[in-house]
Design a protein around this ligand. Structure first.
Ligand SMILES: [Zn+2]
Ligand SMILES: [Zn+2]
Length: 382
């Protein structure tokens, strides 16, 4: 933990000194276009961590700060324009940036869409087709809200929750200490740990067990809603890109190949049927990809797919395009104010390059769920 703190402190110092951008260029980062990812966009931040996953939120006002910073330095491009540039190797006089929003939340329509339209930013929305217009909520939101209710509202201890998991035959995962800065971090840390290790069918059993044990109907109702198909059509009609983020938001690296194929093929088919156009772009849920998911995405016919780290599959570089995920606190200084220097470091990936970034091996043996390296899969940092 100390090592991590020192690394992150060093990265901040580099940002403030302006050296971060230079390091980004040295590492070849500047050859890659900037692709940013956001999730929920809200009017104001909720008062407590009981109602939303904090690391997914950004206020409309903070998003505007980010867009203004980007607009002064980059030319905004759509994902189609970006894809053409990556495919042909063409460049523009001004560096380019693409802005994307994951999960297809209704709050995109309410808060981000008017702002993006006003500013003429051609953003993309990666939607979860099985949720659009259904009233059903994202599994990760339901899991987080159930765990937040267990720990923060119902006073359950980690041992109580471990027992609830045990009743389902699921062993509570170990949580790395750096994820548990304070007790309020427990719901998020456990949410991440479960999502990262279990197939979605098991996550749903955990969610349903907790929801019925704690009587959480109201809390699930308060979870962020998905877009409707009418909203999707309007967003597309305004020149934004609608792209796929699977059918149910299963973390694909925890699923068997057949389920992976269903998720990527069916979501594309549904979007193409509804939109009457070819769907070329895909974003891996949580940026997770491996040597099963990338070929499945290729087989489903996508031409471009987006991750959330700097690793690339050299056999499919256009299906492992790096994105940087940002949120409310990602570009703040020590006083909680928006920091152009930290924004620059985030966009130039200085924290990832200095502090080590993604530690995932992106190679899996799905049978049994154990992760083992396979020689055929090449991963590299550009
Ligand atoms: Zn997602
Ligand atoms: Zn990675």
């Amino acid at each position: 933990m100390l090592r991590q703190w020192v690394k992150s402190g060093a990265a901040h110092a580099l940002c403030w000194s302006g050296t971060g951008k230079w390091i980004g260029s040295l590492a070849g980062r500047r050859n890659l276009p900037v692709v940013l990812g956001y999730h929920n966009v809200v009017e104001r931040l909720p008062d407590t961590a009981r109602t939303s996953i904090p690391a997914m939120l950004i206020t409309r006002a903070m998003l505007e700060r980010h867009l203004d910073w980007l607009g002064k330095r980059y030319q905004f491009v759509s994902l189609d324009e970006l894809g053409d540039m990556l495919q042909t190797g063409a460049s523009r006089t001004k560096p380019v940036a693409a802005v994307t929003f994951d999960d297809g939340y209704r709050d995109f329509y309410d808060h981000a869409f008017p702002l993006l339209r006003r500013k003429g930013v051609p953003a993309a929305v990666f939607v979860v087709t099985g949720l659009i217009g259904t009233g059903r909520k994202q599994v990760h939101d339901r899991l987080y809200l159930a765990l937040a209710a267990a720990f923060l509202s119902h006073g359950r201890s980690p041992r109580d929750v471990a027992r609830a998991l045990g009743r389902l035959g699921i062993q509570a995962p170990e949580i790395p200490p750096h994820r548990l800065k304070h007790a309020a971090g427990m719901p998020f840390a456990l949410t991440r740990a479960l999502l990262e290790t279990l197939p979605q069918a098991q996550i749903l059993r955990v969610v349903e067990e907790l929801e019925s044990e704690l009587d959480l109907e109201q809390s699930v109702e308060a979870a962020p809603e998905a877009l409707t198909w009418e909203m999707v059509a309007e967003i597309r009609g305004a020149g934004m890109t609608i792209a796929s983020h699977t059918r149910t938001h299963a973390f694909l690296t925890n699923e068997k190949r057949q389920r992976v194929l269903e998720e990527v093929v069916e979501s594309r088919r549904e979007l193409e049927k509804r939109l009457g156009t070819t769907v070329k772009h895909f974003a891996y849920p949580d940026g997770r990809f491996d040597d099963v998911t990338v070929p499945a995405v290729a087989e489903a016919g996508y031409r471009f797919a987006y991750t959330t780290c700097l690793h690339r599959d050299l056999s499919h570089p256009l299906l492992t395009i790096p994105r940087k995920v940002l949120w409310q606190n990602s570009c703040l200084d020590a006083n909680g104010r928006f920091s152009p220097a930290i924004m620059s470091c985030q966009v130039n990936r200085t924290f990832d390059l200095i502090a080590g970034g993604c530690e995932t091996r992106h190679s899996s043996a799905l049978d049994g769920g154990a992760h083992t390296a396979k020689g055929s899969f090449q991963v590299t940092v550009p």
